[in-house]
Design a protein around this ligand. Structure first.
Ligand code: TYD
Ligand code: MG
Length: 456
């Protein structure tokens, strides 16, 4: 085969160019475009002579097939919750996350759990030697689990090895960036190699019915191909997040063809690996600064699960022409909106103040129900009046200053009551929410919140 013209590929988004340029037009990354060999034809794709006629099915004819895909629950509840009840056979999951966050640790624990149930499980490491993986397993108390380990980076070799005997029920590839296929000339880690290797491994999973997990490192610089190019090829994308200063980790489904995408799993990194956190609210509220102004507890919902978190605000007179607005774990557009509504309808003037908003513990909160807690924390910080420690907040703020109802009020109230809170400041609620054991202070307008906090 004649070598075709060189191809230039952006290592962060996978866009293809015919010549080199300094900036990727598609994703805006600088210096991310690298020359790679032309993409080889997909191995196994037949030429015109070998064309076969495909088959189609009617939806109706598939009626007898089981509605629930066959799943492999690991028994690690926080993990199974995120995947939607266990890994689906023949499906491919991409787990992304910063280096050192605990991906390998979580996956070796999942492998051991499934292997102990009697499934054939293979863990292929392209980053660590077998002895290192075994040492880690030993440290986690999993050394006796019958997981097949291999240190291998060539996809063809891996598929040949796995193809021996009954195919494994679960295969973990750690990580996809270290894999390479002989069918492609590019160096390992480039977009073309990552995509080509993933394609081959995914085909293996689909034909054997093995569940496949691909680990992908997310790096900020463009040197290692971001696993983004693989995202559309897999059935589920899960991200493993955490703040470096905190022990807990949050597993979150970003895309899931076989389950919900709003569930989270909470883990804590301990000396013996990741342990499940069954009661995340208690963890997120630990170390709360009770009695300090500028904090409010939010009763949030993550997926189907209520979660209490502390929202912290700091407002201080600004010396800048344009005052600072900084958020951590909160949407900056929502903060701007809350500030505007507080100004227009609550008489709270913050135009000359720097405003900082932080969701304690490193959690990211996206739901509108957090508005009321954020507003309460802001007003509390400005007035210097601390909010009673036994009060939780939830509710959406409308542009007119109205406090609007939010979903799942009863579960929010119940969770708060369970953790010892006595009072909820929230929009008017149905009766059953009020029965949770909390006294509910129903607000209908932002002005009422401001008046209430100012009066202490
Ligand atoms: P690792 O799973 O190797 O991260 P990743 O695969 O995402 O790069 O986890 C590495 C970190 O986890 C490392 O900094 C040490 C820590 N760790 C513990 O705190 N306890 C443990 O039992 C293990 C195995 C790791
Ligand atoms: Mg690792």
């Amino acid at each position: 085969m004649a070598r075709s013209a060189p191809t230039f590929i952006c290592q962060s988004c996978g866009s293809v160019y015919t010549r080199w340029q300094g900036k990727c037009d598609a994703c805006g990354a600088w210096n991310s475009i690298v020359e790679e060999g032309a993409t080889a034809p997909v191995a196994g794709a037949a030429g015109p002579a070998a064309r076969r006629r495909g088959r189609t099915f009617t939806l109706e004819s598939l009626k007898g097939e089981s509605a629930e895909p066959p799943r492999l629950p690991t028994g690690i509840d926080e993990l199974d919750r995120v995947t939607g009840g266990g890994f689906v056979r023949g499906s491919v999951v991409l787990i992304g996350g910063d280096p050192g966050i605990g991906k390998s640790t979580l996956l070796i624990q999942a492998c051991a759990a499934l292997a102990r149930q009697g499934h054939r499980v293979a863990y292929i490491s392209g980053e660590e030697a077998v002895a290192q993986v075994r040492l880690r397993a030993e440290r986690l108390g999993l050394a006796d689990a019958p997981v097949e380990l291999a240190a291998e980076t060539n996809v063809e070799d891996i598929i040949t090895t796995l193809g021996r005997g009954a195919p494994p029920r679960l295969t973990v590839i750690d990580s996809i960036q270290t894999m390479w296929t002989g069918a492609i000339e590019s160096a390992p880690g480039t977009v073309t190699q990552v995509r080509g290797s993933a394609q081959n491994l995914i085909r293996f999973a689909k034909t054997t019915g093995a569940a496949l997990i691909l680990v992908g490192h997310v790096t900020k610089d463009g040197q290692i191909a971001g696993p983004r190019v693989v995202e559309h090829m897999v059935d589920a994308v899960v991200s493993f997040e955490g703040e470096s200063g905190h022990h807990f980790r949050v597993l979150r489904a970003v895309k899931n063809r076989f389950g919900p995408t709003d569930e989270i799993g909470v883990f804590e990194m301990t000396g013996r690996g990741l342990s499940e956190v069954a009661n995340p609210s208690a963890l997120f509220l630990a170390g709360r600064d009770v009695g300090a102004a500028g904090t409010a507890v939010l009763a949030a919902i993550e997926g189907t699960r209520p979660l209490l978190v502390e929202v912290q605000a700091l407002v201080a007179p600004s010396t800048l022409g344009t005052p600072r607005r900084a958020v951590v774990g909160f949407d900056s557009n929502r903060l701007s909106m809350i500030l505007a509504v507080l100004d227009a309808h609550g008489g709270v003037k913050l135009a000359q103040h720097d405003v900082y908003l932080n969701v304690a513990g490193g959690l990211k909160i996206g739901e509108p129900a957090a508005d009321l807690a954020a507003a309460a924390a802001l007003v509390s910080s400005l007035s210097g009046q601390a909010i009673a420690a036994d009060t939780v907040f939830f509710g959406e703020i409308g542009l007119s200053g109205s406090i609007r109802p939010v979903t799942q009020a009863p579960s929010r109230a119940k969770e708060a009551a369970k953790l010892g809170f006595a009072r909820a400041v929230a929009p008017a609620m149905p009766r059953d929410a009020a029965d949770a054991g909390l006294s509910v202070e129903a607000l209908s307008h932002i002005g009422e919140l401001v008046a209430q906090i100012a009066s202490g």
